[in-house]
Design a protein around this ligand. Structure first.
Ligand SMILES: [Zn+2]
Length: 61
């Protein structure tokens, strides 16, 4: 399990925000804004737990 982050940089140094990023945007690979670690985008989704729906916002990790 990696660290979740709201912002990532693409190979051209452009900044992408998890909540507006759509797969395919930017020059891959995307990476952490503070170090060279590659990150993957996880879209916002709903997780079911104990009969409750938990909204999980988009993030990079
Ligand atoms: Zn990092």
């Amino acid at each position: 399990m990696g660290i979740k982050m709201g912002v990532a940089l693409d190979s051209a140094g452009r900044e992408w925000h998890a909540d507006t990023y759509v797969k395919g945007q930017g020059l891959e690979p995307l990476r952490c804004e503070r170090c060279p670690t590659p990150v993957a985008h996880q879209a916002a989704h709903t997780r079911e737990r104990d009969d409750r729906s938990i909204y999980v916002p988009a993030y990079f990790r």
